[in-house]
Each structure stands twice: as C-alpha cells, then as structure tokens.
Design a protein around this ligand. Sequence first.
Ligand code: NDP
Length: 343
Amino acid sequence: APTEGSVGFAVMGLGGYGIGKVLPALAAADRCHVAAVVSGNPEKAKKVAAAYGLSEDAIYSYEDFDRIAEDDRVEAVYNVLPTGLHLEWTEKSFAAGKHVLCEKPMAMSVAECEQMIAASEATNRKLMIAYRCHFEPFNLRAMELMREGAVGKIKHIETAQNYRMGPTSVSENWRVVRALAGGGPLEDYGIYGLQSALYLSGEMPVAVKAVTEQPANDPRFEQIFSTVTTDLRFPSGATARLFTSYDTAPGNNMARVDGEAGTLLMQPATGYGGHKMSLTRDGVTEDLNPGDPNVQFALQCDHLADAIRDGTEIITPGEMGLRDMALIEAIYRSAAEGREITL
Ligand code: NDP
C-alpha cells in the first residue's frame, strides 16, 4: 500500500519498457506508486492492473483518458508511448492537471519540445524527461571524476550505441516509422552517447558535423537511418565522436574519455545494468564499481516526487530534452547539407 505522501502515477503505454521497467520502478520507489494505467489494450491493462493491485476504475483507455482529471489518486503521468505521441499525450496530461515524467527522446522536434514546456508552464505542472543515467551510480561517479579532472584536460570523447536490429518493417514496428521515431537510432539509442559527451565533458558543443546512412532495399530502413556518425567540437578544443547504429553486430554501448593524463572507459556505459568502468592513469588501470545501476529506475521516479512534494529543482527538465533535440536537429542538418554546422 502506498505510504503517506507517496505520489500516484498513471503509467501510459504498457509496452516493453512500461511493463518491463517503469511499473516495477514505481513499485520499488520510496515516494511514488502505481495508481492507474492508460492503455489501448483492455485485456493487457486488466492483467497489469491486477498485478499492481489496482481496481478496474483505475484503468483508462486513450478514448476516456480525459476523465482522469477527476481522479485524485493520480498526480502524475509517466508517458511511455512511442516518441511521436509524446507531445499530444503530455499536453493532454497537463490539461488534466497532472505532472508528467516523459520518456526520452522528449519529442520529434524543437518545436514540439517548446510546446510541451509551454504547456507545463501554462498549467503550472512539472515536466521531467526520463534521462535515467542521471540517477545511475556509474554515470554519476563518472561525471564527478571528470569534474575533478581525473583524466587531466579532456582531449577526446568517443561514444558508441549500436546493435543489429532483427528483420522488421514499418507495418510491424514503430521504431522504424519516421512519424513515430524520427530519424531512428540517434533519437532512440545514440541519445545516450550524445548526453554522455555533454555530461562527461561538462561542455556544450560549438560545432557539429555528421554523416547518416540509409541502405536501399532494406525494409528496416525504408523510413529511418541505419547509422549516424557525429563529430562535435567543444569550446575547450576537446572533440567527440558519437557512433550509433541499428545495423552492426554484436553491438556496443560505450563511452570513453581520453585526457592528457588518463582515460576513463565505460563499457557497457548506459544500459539497465551490468555496467563496467575503469580509469587508467600512469599505466595503471583501476576498475571502479560505485554502486548498483538498478537503482536508477526508482530514483528517477522519486526525483519527480521530490519536485512535486518539496519543490526541489528537476535535474533533467524539459529544457534538457529541448537542448538535446536542438543538437539532434543540427546533426541531421549537417548530414543533409554535407557540412559542419556552427552552433
Ligand atoms: P513498445 O512498442 O514496447 O511500447 C509502446 C506502447 O505504447 C505500446 O505497447 C502501446 O501500449 C502504446 N502505444 C500507443 N499507441 C501506439 C502506437 N501507435 N504504436 C505503438 N505503440 C503504441 O515501446 P517501448 O516501451 O520500447 O518504448 C516506449 C517509450 O519508452 C519510447 O519513448 C522509448 O524511447 C522509451 N524507452 C526508454 C528506454 C529507457 O531506457 N529509458 C528503454 C526503452 C524505451 P498500450 O497497448 O498499452 O496502449
């Protein structure tokens, strides 16, 4: 049973991540609990509701969602829908008086992100983007080490987020549909490498140059890119190379920082668990194990609860999602125009 002051969340979109990670995270969180589900599939919703001890009047469909405004059990909506639906359902959640924790990527464009922030301000409800790595011990320790100068002056950052997507097509998988997924692997997976480059360097890039690939005659890549490779230049002179792809095996999830005095290697860097991290200085490599990555999911939910209950600042606000979307737009513009874009 929810404890005193716990924030009730409606989980919207009972897909792989909603069922696999979001619902268990809310159940494990200190200051949050599952209060409702929103789903287009009544049978699935019934099963999930039963598993989380919800009564049938805590099950919403997209059609009858608006009545959630009267449901005081629900204070926040966790939007776990395909990206192309984030704007519409975040706006509807705000209109119903709820706070929103929205999955990454925030939306399809800078314009959509701006609309979401405006809706949050107009309704005086909180907007947080689910950038879980900001709550994960390995990534938090890496940020701290870089701030402390653990590798000396940072010269170069390399990130890779790639795997080989099995056979699929636009009729069966929203991740390959441009209207729901944007350009594809960069928004879905490469965004972790982009974020890593920013929070490990502690800088925002001044220039971006990128190349995209879209193989012909492959049903997976009819509408989206298979691969995006991006070079960033930072004000300090440091550079970064970000590689992301749906068309490489066995796959990689890596971030590496090369400095004048050492190297930080995270591999896997940004997943759900199984993180590995090492710091090499003076020819000596030390393995670091700062904590259990699995705490990231619940801590992220509690962070929004803290903001709602205590008015604390959200460290992954809509503005951060907007910032990243502006970089993603610059990356695609650079690739389309075949030149470096100055930011
Ligand atoms: P899934 O396809 O597994 O689930 C999406 C769910 O959204 C569906 O099951 C469905 O739920 C609902 N939905 C409503 N309309 C549509 C539609 N037109 N097409 C498809 N689904 C629809 O996706 P994921 O759970 O993998 O991803 C959802 C979101 O979570 C995305 O924004 C993704 O980027 C993010 N994500 C984040 C991760 C992270 O580590 N932070 C990891 C994985 C995903 P229902 O039947 O209940 O209506």
